[in-house]
Write a new protein. Structure first.
Length: 641
């Protein structure tokens, strides 16, 4: 028996389909908060008469035939789907999150179903022979009528799974799936059976359009509409893209465009004024890819009259993917970013092309993506490039984000030692990591911030979040003072006491005192000095002032191995491909070696501990000592021959 039946909430799709009419209504003054009828009419005058998605429809054989060779992988994949059974919906897999807190089974089930859409549609458009149409119709029927478009983690109380579809919540999952279904509807058009087209339009109306219109009315709204978060860009991209691709009424589409204009600046505000992304480099790829899609959709739909890049903050946010880089392909994995995360190469290529830059020479865009919208936009890009801009100091010897106090120090040409350190910049997806740093050597990171979870559970965004040694300060390269770990970093605003930048050396001093609630701590200042002389070196000096003798632990997390050479010297070794399970792998790369010399006012011992939280295993090397009323512990990092 289906889960909805057990709950007494299941309604046949045919009944639900009759509950919502697909029609446009005249917009009255004050009907939608912050949006006037005049705005909607002005936008409507910019839009095409018919809904339009990305790229030309598949009926444009001249356009698609030219790219047929590029889509051979999708054609091969789609051919296998002609005989394979479509993945079944599983109530048991979906509700596993509710029982165990694990997202894995439910998300795998949802993804297995959704990933059929892009290969089949792209194969049919590229080939144009009609042999994939029955399978496409079957997939669209299945997706349009499945119980929910949201993953269980975004519907933990079964609110969406157990309510009429026209009251369902719009979240990351439903917005993205809705847009991809609308794109398929636009591309295939009248070649789909009438019943399938009705299923699609009814599902979009019930799960996207009606809930969003309701959210735009005064006194209502989804939290992500006004929140400074990647959710804002992802959800607005999905609902707006779905409306532009499939809503018949031009005025109706204009309402969604007006909403995107009104609320999308909140995504840009999730970055600091200087462009630092508090959610980390991984979430930059996720959020900005959707912000870029939204910008491109609005730009195309209005013939360039609406351009979200006219906001100067958009360029700063776009450049985050370039300026956080220490060395080629080497980024600090602050927050929930995976260890050795890199931004999407096709997205960086898009940023450079659109903003008129020529900096990193990233990989060319690829059509091999699970998302139909992304594949089509990449295959048929808008000619929406901005005028060429200066590359001066975008990727020079350093990038300093002054407002959060984040410094990326790079070597002179030919060097291979770099470092990043952060004072603050904490918000969504951040850890307790005031003063955290990363040492980059060549293509890897021998020491430093271990990165974030490789998967999420029900604990990750609950009151239990900071009990994890990966997410609290214990697993970060910051001190433990007595028994005190750092406080909740999202509530702190640490000060940068001084900076000095020269061609030979960069330095920064951070006041970390406010990060601790340690009874004997009077002050703690951390200074990083980065030298470009010779092979390069990094010095981390922690100056403690204490009211009484206190035990101190300095932490050096590593994904490699370590050994103690003598009483004050350690050596860390790491595989150059560590953390690159998803590539690019260099089979000829040699291990990197980093030496650490420890200076302290008293004797110390060194221990290690294996930590494996959220599928991110690393070793925490700890330096233990007992400080009296004051003292400085200095760590010197140099490449080892």
């Amino acid at each position: 028996m289906r889960l909805l039946s057990r709950l007494g909430l299941y309604l046949p799709f045919a009944i639900l389909a009759a509950t919502t009419a697909i029609s446009a209504q005249t917009i009255a003054p004050g009907q939608y908060a912050g949006i006037t009828p005049e705005q909607v009419q002005q936008i409507a005058s910019m839009l095409p008469a018919k809904p339009t998605g990305f790229g030309p429809p598949c009926s444009d054989r001249a356009a698609w035939s030219r790219l047929a060779a590029q889509f051979q992988p999708q054609i091969a994949q789609a051919e296998s789907m002609l005989t394979e059974p479509f993945p079944a919906w599983s109530d048991d897999a979906y509700s596993d999150y509710l029982r165990t807190g694990s997202r894995t089974r439910g998300n795998q089930m949802l993804a297995a179903r959704e990933h059929w859409l892009a290969p089949l549609v792209l194969a049919e458009c590229a080939e144009g022979r009609g042999r994939f149409l029955p399978r496409i119709a079957m997939v669209l029927d299945q997706l349009s009528t499945q119980p929910t478009w949201n993953e269980a983690a975004n519907d933990a109380d079964l609110r969406d799974f157990g309510t009429p579809l026209y009251r369902q919540t719009i979240s990351l999952d439903s917005a993205t799936l809705g847009q991809n279904i609308a794109e398929a509807f636009y591309l295939i058009g009248d070649q789909l059976p009438a019943e399938t087209r009705q299923h699609i339009q009814t599902a979009l109306e019930q799960r996207i359009y009606t809930p969003m219109r309701a959210a735009l009315t005064p006194g209502h709204g989804y939290w992500w509409m006004t929140r400074d978060s990647n959710w804002n860009a992802v959800c607005l991209d999905g609902v707006t893209g779905a409306a532009l691709a499939a809503l018949p009424s031009r005025e109706d589409r204009a309402l969604f465009v007006a909403a995107a204009q009104l609320y999308s600046p909140n995504y840009l505000r999730s970055f600091s004024d200087s462009g630092y992304g508090v959610e980390g480099i991984g979430y930059w790829s996720y959020g900005f890819s959707h912000y870029a899609d939204l910008r491109e959709a609005l730009w195309a739909a209005t013939s360039g009259k609406i351009d979200l890049y006219s906001n100067p903050q958009a360029r700063k946010v776009a450049l985050f993917s370039i300026q956080l880089q220490m060395l080629p392909g080497n980024f600090a994995a602050f927050g929930d970013a995976h260890f050795m995360s890199v931004p999407s190469a096709p997205l960086v290529a898009y940023v450079e092309k659109t903003f008129g830059l020529d900096i990193t020479a990233p990989a060319k865009p690829t059509h091999e993506t699970a998302a139909l919208v992304d594949a089509v936009r990449t295959a048929f890009p808008n000619h929406s490039e901005l005028p060429a801009s200066s590359n001066d100091d975008i990727l020079g010897l350093r990038t300093y984000y002054a407002d959060p106090g984040v410094l990326i120090a790079r070597p002179a040409p030919g060097g291979d030692l770099a470092a990043t350190i952060k004072a603050g910049g904490n918000g969504g997806h951040s850890h307790n990591d005031i003063g955290s740093f990363v040492i980059a050597l060549g293509a890897t990171q021998p020491i430093g911030d271990p990165g974030g979870p490789n998967f999420y559970t029900s604990d990750t965004f609950s009151s239990k979040r900071l009990t994890s040694r990966l997410l609290n300060s214990y697993g970060h390269p910051v001190p433990v003072i007595g028994a005190a770990l750092q406080k909740d970093a999202t509530k702190l605003h640490p000060k940068v006491l001084s900076t000095s930048f020269t061609p030979q050396q960069d330095s920064i001093t951070i006041d970390m005192t406010s990060a601790y609630d340690a009874p004997t701590l009077k002050s703690l200042a951390r200074t990083m000095k980065y030298s470009r002389e010779g092979q390069g070196s990094v010095e981390i000096a922690d100056n403690f002032k204490l009211s009484a003798p206190t035990d101190i632990e300095e932490s050096l997390p590593t994904h490699g191995t370590w050994r103690q050479i003598d009483a004050k010297t350690l050596e860390f070794t790491i595989d150059a491909n560590a953390g690159k399970e998803h590539g690019p792998i260099d089979p000829n790369a040699k291990p990197e070696h980093l030496r650490v010399t420890i200076e302290a006012p008293t004797t110390f011992t060194v221990t290690d501990e294996k930590i494996d939280d959220y599928g991110n295993p690393f070793t925490r090397v700890a330096i233990h000592l007992h400080l009296k009323k004051s003292g400085t512990i200095t760590l010197h990092f140099t490449p080892a021959d």
